[in-house]
Design a protein around this ligand. Structure first.
Ligand SMILES: [Zn+2]
Length: 471
């Protein structure tokens, strides 16, 4: 599963490599997601809802014989943990004066009817992948000013903040050209009541882009588009309080963060490959201004001492100065904090490793008999409460059950970085007392030696990562 952990609103690639061709499905949040089969590699996109409760979600994979269709029995099952962490979303109250003619657009029946129409489109799955590579922004860089980020919590006229912003808003003058971010087929091109003049592009496999509040529509339903094709012009039609473009991306009906689609190729590259080192922005600091916060993720998979390690950190930085020299902007950033996790990747449904000492003391060639691979642990791992305190206990007593007690917490050096919030747990049940060290919490996953090639987000590049000891 990548990215790992996933932030609310992100699209997760679930990748499975099989030994022989198989047809796969994933059960995720009660729904069945089909996979795309490319030889022995199969993948599926799992959307994380912007308001999905942070925690661990089970993804249950089922493999069926490749040749048979219909209701054959699964030939293999596997489950994986999808970690979801909270995003940083602001809350805004949108005031629409009751006297304004737009207030009539808040009519609940109208909103529902329009949504039913769109949901009918978004729930269709064109069997081919029509897009390739990363998405482009629908506006030219010179007019690309984000006025409202994805996921912002919203209340209307002082009501509860129970809704969120399903796309990205760009403030731009009426008439600004809007371009297709990726290839696809036009699924809708007509005026709507709440969303104004609207265009929806079907990118295939249940992935859609929506463009609302246009002044002009320049495509028609059924037409194919290439990335960069002119599809319409920015406007202020529908429930809108100023000229802007609203762009949203949907995966299996769920609205996901479009910024991720402009930064990462979907599906994500294979987790075992060196290109799996990723760097992505979660909260925009653009346009650059002193005091703006920027949240990004770095993720890497490394082989150290015979083990594959996966490390990921969510880093928050504040812009402390912006200077211009020779047409390029130079930015100083102050690090506010880093939330990191490092865990060994194991051929097991569980990512906890039993051992006598700390993570670093895993002996080379450790065979893995002590892996907690039982279904019971899957259930228990859902009951973790962070941060844990020394003396905390969980689990249930019984013949095949484990109970766990936190014996100590502190700092641990791992091949992937230095972490605080590492817990040593003692488990009992299922035989003798066993130990586990689990790292989560604040950590330094990478060294601070990364370079800015220039100040434009698209060109940020990491040139150095955590030292891969033993490599
Ligand atoms: Zn919007």
């Amino acid at each position: 599963l990548s990215p790992w952990p996933a932030v609310q609103g992100e699209t997760v690639t679930c990748e499975v490599i099989t030994e022989r061709p198989a047809r796969l499905t994933a059960v995720y949040k009660g729904g069945e997601v089909p996979f795309v089969q490319e030889g022995l590699r199969s993948w599926a996109l799992l959307p994380v809802h912007a308001m999905q409760e942070p925690g661990i979600y089970l993804v249950e994979l089922r493999a069926y014989p490749a040749s048979e269709q219909g209701d054959s029995q699964p030939i293999g099952r596997l489950s994986a943990n999808l970690y979801v962490v909270a995003g940083t979303f602001e809350t805004y109250d949108i005031v629409i004066p009751p006297s304004s003619e737009k207030a009539g657009l808040l009519n609940a029946e109208l909103i529902r009817a329009e949504w039913r129409r769109l949901a009918g489109i978004f729930s269709q799955r064109t069997p081919e992948k029509l897009w390739s590579g990363t998405f482009r922004y629908p506006l030219e860089a010179s007019v690309r000013r984000v006025t409202s980020a994805f996921g912002e919590r919203r209340s209307y006229n002082g009501g509860p903040a129970s809704s969120y912003h399903e796309g990205l808003d760009f403030g731009a003058p009426e008439g600004t050209p809007v371009y297709a971010p990726a290839a696809g087929r036009i699924a809708l091109a007509e005026p709507l009541t709440v969303r104004g003049r609207a265009v929806v592009i079907d990118h295939g496999l249940g992935v859609y882009s929506g463009f609302w509040h246009l002044s002009e529509i320049l495509v028609s339903a059924g037409q194919s588009v290439k990335p960069g094709d002119l599809i319409g012009r920015v406007g202020n039609t529908g429930l809108s309080t100023g000229s802007h473009l609203h762009w949203e991306v949907r995966v299996n009906v769920t609205a996901v963060n479009p910024v991720q689609w402009t930064q990462s190729e979907m599906p994500a590259v294979s987790a075992g490959s060196p290109e799996a080192r990723t760097f992505s922005t979660l909260t925009e600091a653009y346009p650059l201004a002193v005091g703006k916060q920027w949240v990004y993720r770095v993720e890497t998979v490394q082989r150290v001492e015979g083990w594959w390690w996966r490390a990921s950190a969510l880093v928050t930085e504040t812009v402390t100065s912006v200077t211009e020299q020779k047409g390029a902007q130079f930015v100083a950033l102050q690090r506010e904090g880093a939330q990191g996790m490092a865990l060994p990747l194991l051929d097991s449904p569980s990512e906890l490793v039993l051992m006598d000492g700390r993570l670093m003391s895993v002996p080379a060639g450790y065979a893995g008999e002590a892996l907690l691979a039982s279904d019971e642990l899957q259930a228990q791992s859902l009951r973790f409460i962070w941060p844990m305190q020394v003396g905390d206990r969980w689990g249930q007593a019984g013949p095949d059950r484990m109970t766990w007690e936190v014996r100590s917490s502190g700092v641990s050096e791992t091949p992937a970085g230095r972490f605080s919030g590492c817990y040593q747990l003692a488990g009992s049940g299922m035989g003798e007392v066993q130990w586990v060290t689990f790292c989560a919490g604040v950590g330094e996953v990478l060294r601070e030696r990364y370079l800015l090639h220039n100040a434009y987000r698209e060109r940020w590049e990491l040139t150095a990562w955590a030292p891969a000891a033993g490599q």
